[in-house]
Design a protein around this ligand. Structure first.
Ligand code: SF4
Length: 98
């Protein structure tokens, strides 16, 4: 399965050693490799990323609360924003907070 065959990379090292363009390509490839049943559709993905883009807990492409790349977290159906009590988005596509 493609999802399991991607290399496991250190996020901190990756940030320092890989140019931004390559990091974004890697993240895009990772998101595309997720099985359709685990991946949100494009409008939900873009809505979640727009919430992350405005969030003070985001540092570059990383959510500082959970350590995930925002792209990888936002792309998965079973994920939610990790802010305790008032997530900016949830696993329910119709329950996107603000
Ligand atoms: S997942 Fe939530 S806390 Fe993390 S950057 Fe996105 S909106 Fe902010």
């Amino acid at each position: 399965m493609i999802y399991d065959s991607l290399p496991v990379l250190c996020r901190k090292c990756l940030d320092k050693e890989i140019p931004e363009k390559e990091l974004l390509e890697y993240l895009d490839d990772y998101v595309r490799s997720l099985p359709a049943e685990k991946r949100v559709d494009e409008p939900v993905y873009n809505l979640r990323l727009s919430k992350c883009a405005e969030c003070g807990h985001r540092l570059g492409y990383t959510c500082t609360l959970c350590g995930c790349y925002v792209q990888t977290r936002a792309a998965k159906k079973n994920m939610r924003c990790p802010i305790p009590g008032y997530p900016k988005w949830t696993e329910n596509a119709h329950d996107e907070g603000d």
